[in-house]
Write a protein that binds this ligand. Structure first.
Ligand code: FAD
Length: 396
């Protein structure tokens, strides 16, 4: 297809969960939509632990069996002194197969009329004075320039679209975690447990995860903060140390690395003719590092604004597009700020604090354990956390 022959209401740069959700909602509501994805296939390469909650996923879709590698019903937290605390989750979670999941989201948008092009690399924006009116790029060895009423930057953590449009998307060093993960096979792990290891020695300023993918395979990864890591010690080295110690005989299927912005959402999510969604707008939950559901949520909210602006014949100026920003702060953003502040407190915990919390909860019968209980004990063992939480609720 000649890309240049058609005019679109929205052009979306990036075919991840945030971009596909935007495309799905916008096309469902009658907008003409083009998604440009630089990779050869949607969903590949996977750069993710693939964990989501059932509740989160159901905001958008009924859950399809083929998306799921394993269903998670329990959580195990391992403290620095190796005390393991286990309890049932109130709501189940999943380890997705993101290759299949991302493709399914894109196909859903396509079924509603969106056009999706892979190997379509966007390399710049087109401006009319200070308004973004299109994108330039390369598709099948040819350059293209395309215009649309709204351009959507859904181009992930390394987003350049926002920067090109003059938005400040810089992440402070302390808020950018380095993550690395191996998908391993030949491993014996329980298939329904999310396992997290917490220690400055294992994953400073973050955590290490073991997520079962079924069929004796698992995603084992960690995210660390440069602020707390030993000088010169890479995320890879931390992961390798853990694998050598705990799982020396597994085979590595894939290895991936990437940044996770555990930051506040970007100050401006929109500008004249342009919106940012997902990792590009720093919508990742700063406490958990999970960005699939929050990215999809931002895609949904942005698309709803785009639909109302375009359908009412308004000019997609910053003023009108800001409705999305307001909705984000109303629905997701307030929690986002809270999670950011809790993260700031929790990542300051030293191993001795974590051990004391683990020992405290280990004394509680398993059927009385919950994340809330864990948090109460954390506060009791380290009262300064209470101050942080009080500040959080007081908005200081
Ligand atoms: C190691 C690791 C583990 C993680 N684990 C989890 C987890 O367990 N659960 C969870 O919820 N989140 C996790 N995350 C975060 C999660 O992967 C992201 O938050 C999520 O993928 C964000 O979705 P998105 O659509 O915003 O961006 P992405 O999924 O990154 O999609 C962006 C797309 O844009 C494309 N693109 C970029 N630039 C261009 C361009 N110039 N032209 C065209 N296309 C372009 C990219 O190829 C990509 O396909 C993890 C992240 C990492 C790094």
């Amino acid at each position: 297809m000649n890309l240049i022959s058609k005019k679109f209401d929205c052009i979306i740069v990036g075919g991840g969960p945030a971009g596909s959700t935007f495309a799905d909602i916008a096309s469902q509501n009658g907008l003409s939509v083009l998604v440009l994805e630089k990779d050869r296939e949607i969903g590949v390469p996977v750069r993710c632990g693939e964990a989501v909650s059932d509740k989160g996923l159901r905001i958008f879709h009924s859950v399809e069996k083929e998306w799921i590698n394993s269903i998670i019903t329990r959580i195990r937290l391992v403290a620095p002194n190796e005390t393991a605390i286990e309890f049932d989750l109130n709501e189940s979670g999943y380890i997705l197969d993101r290759k299949i999941f991302d493709l399914a989201l894109a196909k859903k948008a396509e079924d509603n009329g969106a056009i999706i092009k892979t190997e379509a690399y966007v390399n710049g924006l087109i401006f009319d004075e200070d308004k973004v009116v299109g994108v330039t790029g390369e598709y099948q060895g040819e350059s293209f320039s395309l215009t649309a009423k709204i351009i959507v930057g859904a181009d992930g953590v390394e987003s350049r679209v926002g920067r090109w449009a003059g938005l400040s998307t810089h992440v402070k060093l302390k808020d950018m975690e380095s993550a690395i993960q191996k998908t391993v096979t030949g491993i014996d792990v329980e298939n329904h447990i999310f396992e997290f290891y917490l220690s400055r020695n294992w994953a400073p300023g973050g955590y290490l995860w073991v997520f079962p993918k079924g069929k004796r395979s698992a995603n084992i990864g960690l995210a660390i903060s440069g602020l707390y890591a030993k000088e010169g010690k890479s995320a890879y080295k931390y992961l390798q140390e853990f694998l050598n110690r705990k799982y020396p005989n597994v085979s590595t299927q894939t290895i991936i690395a990437g940044g996770v912005p555990v930051a506040k959402t970007v100050k401006n999510m929109v500008t004249e003719g342009l919106m940012l969604v997902g990792d590009a707008a720093h919508t990742v939950n700063p406490m958990t590092g999970g960005g699939i559901i929050s990215g999809m949520r931002s895609g949904l909210l942005a698309a709803e604004t785009a639909v109302s602006v375009i359908k009412s014949g308004q000019n997609p100026t910053k003023k009108y597009l800001q409705k999305y920003e307001k909705e984000w702060h109303k629905i997701g953003g307030k929690n986002h700020e809270k999670f950011y502040r809790i993260k700031e407190s929790i990542f300051r915990f030293e191993d001795k604090d974590l051990n004391r919390i683990a020992d405290g909860i280990a004394d509680i019968p398993e059927n009385k354990r919950s994340l809330f209980k864990l948090f109460s004990i954390a506060v009791a063992k380290k009262p300064s956390l209470l101050l942080d939480v009080a500040r959080l609720f007081a908005g200081l």
